[in-house]
Ligand binder design. Structure first.
Ligand code: FO1
Length: 331
């Protein structure tokens, strides 16, 4: 808590380590529970990459669109009220594209309205602007008052070693795994290319926060890239007692996406206990869903306090209640 002398108010600061859909829904709940200007969302950029000549930052956009209420709630990504005329037109060129060309990408869907964001980000990157500066411009354009920061301004690419559909082992980009192959192939390993040279933008936001929240995102490919940056785990474990995580695994499964299969394929347990083991060095409290009440003792045996809540954010009210439960767990 920060006591502001001149106008005598107590202000809190919350730093949220975030990936995509689940984190975005949590942030929307938190922004409805506290003053949004007290929130800093630190967002994974390992999913970012060039698509049809544009730099796409999926998790940054999912957070921005969800907190501003513009997200397509069905898909969980992209904008609602969307049309796909450009994608239809791109399809024409796929038939003449030379082998090996990545032009005329027709498997990663960029809606007509969503394209405006990628056009803006790409134009600003070409002018030499940092991803952090551009992200803040986009946040302001959507009239949001929480801070949204990319985990770093240097490119870090999440690469996935898979056993491909033809049986061969192949290293692909995150989107080639997640979207092009619909995460339907087994994962052998994950790498965060560029993480060693990247500079985390947000270590001061970890040190100065009253509470740090690890949002309900994929521990391997959404939270993992952020933890892979220099000094992040050390900064989190230094204040472990006021770091709280929400399990993205409920009753052994992920609500959306491959987190449960990935945990198993990479040798972890796909359960709240498996999540607790991954987070034990950096986090003292794990919020689990009421369906996992019978796992409380096993989570606490890993050295974390356990809080049980409704973690299925089916409405803004549930997300808001979860946010309040989460931050009060380490207040
Ligand atoms: N996910 C899909 O499953 N299919 C898509 O075509 C797709 C397009 C897309 C476009 C913009 C964007 O911001 C996200 C998009 N996503 C799509 C989701 C994206 O792959 C994931 O949100 C993250 O990379 C993982 O959280």
């Amino acid at each position: 808590m920060r006591f502001d002398r001149e106008n005598g108010v107590v202000t809190s600061k919350y730093t949220v380590i975030a990936g995509g859909v689940g984190a975005a829904r949590f942030l929307r709940g938190l922004a409805a529970a506290v003053d949004p200007s007290s929130i800093t969302a630190v967002v994974n950029t390992g999913d970012d990459g060039w698509i049809n000549g544009l730099w796409v930052s999926p998790d940054l956009d999912t957070v921005t669109y969800t907190v501003s209420g513009a997200i397509d709630t069905e898909r969980g990504w992209g904008l609602g009220d969307e049309s796909w005329r450009v994608m239809e037109s791109v399809g024409r060129y796929a038939s003449v594209r030379p082998d090996g060309s990545s032009a005329a990408n027709t498997w990663f869907n960029l809606g007509d309205r969503d394209l405006a964001t990628h056009l803006y980000r790409t134009a600003r990157l070409r002018e030499g602007a940092s991803l952090s500066a551009i992200t803040d411009e986009i946040r302001r354009a959507w009239e949001l008052s929480l801070r949204i920061v990319p985990m770093c301004d240097q490119p870090v690419a999440t690469l996935v070693d898979i056993v491909d559909t033809d049986g061969t082992e192949r290293r692909v980009s995150f989107q080639e795994y997640f979207v092009q192959r619909r995460h339907g192939v087994p994962v052998r390993d994950v790498h965060f290319d560029g993480a060693a040279d990247a500079i985390p933008t947000f270590l001061p936001d970890i040190d100065s926060a009253d509470a740090v929240v690890i949002a309900p995102s994929n521990p391997i490919v959404s939270i993992g890239p952020i933890r892979a940056l220099a000094g992040v785990d050390a900064a989190l474990s230094a204040r472990r007692n006021s770091v709280v995580a929400i399990s993205p695994i409920i009753a052994g499964a992920a609500l959306k996406g491959p987190a449960d299969r990935m945990l198993i394929e990479l040798g972890h347990e796909a359960s709240v206990v498996g999540v607790a083991r991954l987070y034990a060095p950096i986090c003292s409290t794990l919020v689990i869903d009421q369906r996992d009440t019978d796992s409380v003792a096993r989570v606490e045996a890993e050295g974390l306090r356990c809080v049980v809540a409704d973690t299925i954010m089916s409405s803004l009210d549930v997300a808001r209640a979860l946010a309040l439960t989460t931050i009060s767990a380490v207040a």
